[in-house]
Design a protein around this ligand. Structure first.
Ligand code: DPP
Ligand code: ZN
Length: 872
């Protein structure tokens, strides 16, 4: 496969002013007619006599130019597109093609999900529908006519505003949708099927009345309320926080069961993985409710950050994704508990993005090259991209940041632009040079800050020396220094924040200072510091970096107890827990400091703090994250150490854990609000510790919680804990759960996952058995993720079994899946690409499987790119 480079970007030679599309949908074949109004781009830097259009898997029926059929010598079709020879400067190109959506298992382009027709065009799916300039910098006005059997497909949707429906004689009907906003082809969408909708409305500040509709399959009509409420909150928030309002008369969301990603922001017609729409207290967990709210908001926010202003090319993907993730994070923070949201986001970033940045797939937020763009919808582009936007907000402060986004919307509305364009708006609004800051977009890797603090009692000064270093990443051996906002505070001996006065300040400043690190080594001198302070570093996680500071255990416990910054309190607890766990990996007999147990006890007895925050503090770092902190991952040692510490905490703190379990019961009607969610998470965390004790009374408690069936959060937690253990009732409960939910695919996803993540030694055998279960289908991405993905990523000790059975299992599945759905296959194969982190025996086992995949004939470009890069 060939590589595409950012440095080769050229503006398009042609533009498309208008597109008209006609779809004739049918079970055996679909016909797509298109009419493109083309003209040469005055801004083009090259001029070829021919027109080159993208197109894949299209069967040509007819082709005409300005109304005249194009003779066979006048065009050339190949696997990737169509060349029309010797075209004029302005012309109309019409074509008709035949496509087979019912055979499209890649779920890219037009495909069928159950009885529905639907589309997924980002990034390059539109070229599987018709010939086109399938690149985001070609923005055009779309008019779409859909014709289908009325009985099977009573609902026909596309982007924009609808015409009246026309009834046709043969039992078919037809409708035309017109989208007044120019858009790139990746935002095109079409849906046809037997759908029901719930409807609501929203009035924008300028007085536009917007109809809101969520379409689902008939059996799900009572599971849409939360999604609708989330949408309305997101619309109001974007109006309030960013001054952005919606621009069409109708906003539609459609839920489908077969979807490669989470959701898609198509103009006026979002298509969602049903996982991020459907919820009821009986079927959805607190996490599901929160995930729906945030994904609904994310896609809605894209209307401005993505659709109105889009990406010039796919290297700029983070322009829309990083910014939109930042926006949805802030929205969720405002809707729920801000402190907890920040911790969750940082946990995810550290677990996945730091790992990606340290591995063979490391790439900058704005990559320089790719083979397959679908492989770059990554935690780096999304989550690190969001951190890069957040740092700009940190550097500018809220007012200038808002000025920057206002400027961005004003300057670039209707255009396809770059991350540099975005940063320039921030620089202009903040009236500062952000040239150095842009390295965050071009340099991969997680910077490390090594910090030392020296207190001078005579001078009453405290000096922080900060050194930055960024490890090498593939293709980038040396890095230039980054501009890093480092939020710091200093605690006195009673744990109170000191007012911070830097050398040269006339007045004492605030208690948190945003230091700007721009040099390889820098010093900051704080004056009038009355006592030796404990520094609180990287408050609020002000930058996506690693901090090394030589804290004593006592200092960490002190920060855990006193830091005014909730994030830093949590972070101190994580650092200490990590230190203790890694010692236990080295030596199972090493002593756990009594102060640590005591700190846990205090947290359990703390009835003043937010239970959700306490649950975060009391959660030990994950096995995979602990592995990332070791020179060589000790799979079994980590699992053993973590189980050992959990059991120790459970036995030392049994009384307190039982009290937390008892006191945090949430009664009354289920509500997914921050308070109830927090209490459930703390209570279920306590149950998790208690279940370590192999105590029959506690197992009975767990079974009782399962049987009470109050809500899916409590039910699934209890069942997961039971599935970890060899308890006689488990098999029967698992079977009962299946029978109860056999008709609800989203609930069954949870059932597959919890079995895949079971600690039991025979889990792989069970997972293999579940592949043959009637409810499993390798063609459905949610099922693949919940069974295969959950096992390989959520169960390190079983996946990395020393005999290599887990690796063989994964590569077998990847090869099978690659035939059907390369995008999802490439996601799965990533789980084996960090082989260099393991011992030589495991390395060889993983390499063998990777080589086997690479040398299989017909392997997709998606999988090839990941595997070949991981073996380099
Ligand atoms: N653009 C989608 C999203 O992240 C993914 N295809 O919202
Ligand atoms: Zn997005």
């Amino acid at each position: 496969p060939s590589t595409v480079y950012l440095k080769d970007y050229l503006p398009p030679e042609f533009l498309i002013d208008q597109v008209m599309l006609w779809f004739d949908l049918d079970e055996t074949e679909t016909r797509v007619r298109s009419r493109l109004e083309l003209r040469r781009n005055p801004a083009a830097q090259s001029r070829s006599p021919d027109l080159r259009l993208h197109g894949e898997q299209l069967e040509l029926i007819s082709l005409s130019l300005d109304g005249q059929p194009v003779a066979p010598a006048g065009y050339l079709q190949d696997d990737e597109g169509l060349t029309v020879r010797q075209v004029p400067d302005q012309f109309v190109l019409e074509s008709e093609v035949r496509i087979l959506p019912q055979q499209n298992t890649a779920l890219e382009g037009l495909y069928k999900s159950g009885g529905l027709f639907c589309t997924q065009c980002e990034a390059e799916g539109f070229r599987k529908i018709t010939w086109y300039l399938d690149r985001p910098d070609v923005m055009s006005r779309f008019t779409t006519t859909i014709c289908a059997d009325k009985q099977r497909y009573p609902v026909l949707l596309s982007n924009g505003n609808p015409s009246d429906t026309v009834e046709l004689e043969d039992g078919r009907h037809r409708i035309t949708w017109t989208d007044p906003f120019p858009k790139p082809a990746y935002l095109f969408a079409l849906v046809a099927g037997d759908l029901r909708a719930i409807e609501d409305s929203h009035t924008t500040p300028s007085g536009r009345e917007v109809t809101l509709r969520i379409y689902v399959e008939p059996e799900n009509i009572d599971k849409c309320d939360h999604a609708m409420a989330s949408l309305k909150r997101a619309m109001a928030w974007d109006e309030q926080q960013y001054g952005r309002e919606y621009d069409l008369d109708i906003y539609m969301i459609v839920a489908v069961n077969d979807f490669n990603m989470g959701a898609m922001e198509n103009k006026g017609l979002n298509i969602f993985n049903s996982k991020f729409v459907l919820a009821s207290p009986a079927t959805a967990t607190d996490r599901d409710f929160q995930g729906i709210e945030s994904v609904i908001a994310h896609e809605y926010f894209h209307n401005w950050t993505g659709n109105r202003i889009t990406c010039r090319d796919w290297f700029q993907l983070s322009l829309k994704e990083g910014l939109t993730v930042f926006r949805d994070q802030e929205f969720s923070a405002d809707m729920g508990s801000r402190g907890v949201k920040r911790i969750e986001d940082v946990r995810l970033l550290r677990a996945h993005q730091f790992a990606e940045d340290a591995g063979p797939m490391a790439h900058p937020v704005r990559p320089d090259s790719y083979m397959e763009i679908n492989n770059f919808y990554t935690v780096t582009v999304y989550e690190k991209g969001a951190e890069v936007v957040r740092m700009q907000a940190n550097l500018l402060g809220p007012e200038a940041f808002r000025g920057g986004t206002d400027l961005y919307f004003e300057r670039f509305d209707g255009q396809a632009v770059t991350t540099d364009d975005f940063v320039q708006c921030m620089a202009d609004a903040g009236q500062r040079d952000l040239g150095q800051f842009k390295r965050w977009y071009s340099q991969a890797g997680t910077p490390e800050l090594t910090i030392q603090g020296v207190y001078d009692a005579a001078q009453q000064t405290y000096t922080l020396t900060v050194e930055q270093h960024c490890p090498a990443t593939p293709g980038q051996p040396d890095k230039e220094p980054f501009l890093i906002p480092l939020a710091v505070g200093l605690l006195d001996d009673r744990g109170t924040d000191l007012a911070l006065r830097l050398a040269g300040d006339s007045d004492p400043g605030p208690t948190t200072r945003m230091l700007e690190i721009s040099e390889p080594r820098q010093q900051f001198v704080f004056e009038q510091v009355p006592v030796a302070p404990v520094p609180s570093l990287l408050r609020g996680f002000s930058a996506p970096v690693k901090v090394r500071f030589d804290y004593s255990n006592e200092q960490l416990m002190f920060l855990m107890a006193h830091d005014s910054d909730g994030f830093s309190r949590w972070d101190a607890a994580q650092t200490l827990a990590q230190r203790i766990l890694l010692q236990l990996v080295d030596d199972p007999d090493s002593l756990v400091p009594e102060g640590f147990v005591q700190a846990f006890r205090q947290a359990l007895q703390d009835s003043a703090s937010d239970p959700a925050l306490l649950a975060e503090v009391l959660t030990l770092p994950a096995e995979s994250y602990l592995g990332d902190q070791m020179a060589e991952v000790d799979v079994e040692g980590i699992h053993r150490a973590r189980e050992q510490l959990k059991t120790l905490l459970a036995s030392e703190l049994k009384t307190e854990l039982l009290a937390v379990y008892r006191d945090n019961e949430v009664t009354g009607e289920y509500r997914p609000d921050a308070d109830a969610i927090g209490r459930r998470s703390l209570r279920n965390l306590a149950l998790g510790y208690l279940m370590q004790l192999e105590d029959q009374a506690i197992q009975a408690l767990c079974i009782a919680q399962y049987r009470a069936g109050n809500n899916m959060t409590d039910v699934i937690t209890a069942l997961s804990l039971l599935a970890d253990r060899d308890i006689p009732e488990t098999a029967e409960l698992l079977e009962g759960f299946y029978q109860q939910w056999r008709d609800d695919p989203l609930v069954l996803d949870k059932w597959f996952s919890l079995q895949a993540m079971s600690k039991r030694p025979d889990t792989l055998e069970r997972v293999k058995g579940l592949l043959d279960h009637p409810a499993f289908s390798i063609a459905n991405p949610n099922k693949v993720r919940s069974l295969i993905g959950a096992f390989c990523s959520g169960n390190p000790v079983r996946f990395h079994a020393a005999d290599g059975a887990g690796y063989r299992f994964l590569s077998d599945r990847v090869l099978e899946l690659d035939q059907l759905n390369p995008q999802v296959a490439a996601r799965m194969v990533r789980l084996m690409t960090r082989w260099q982190r393991y011992d030589p025996a495991r390395q060889r086992l993983m390499q063998t499987q990777l080589e086997r995949i690479l040398h299989t004939s017909g392997v997709s470009r998606d999988v090839y790119e990941i595997v070949s890069k991981s073996l380099e």
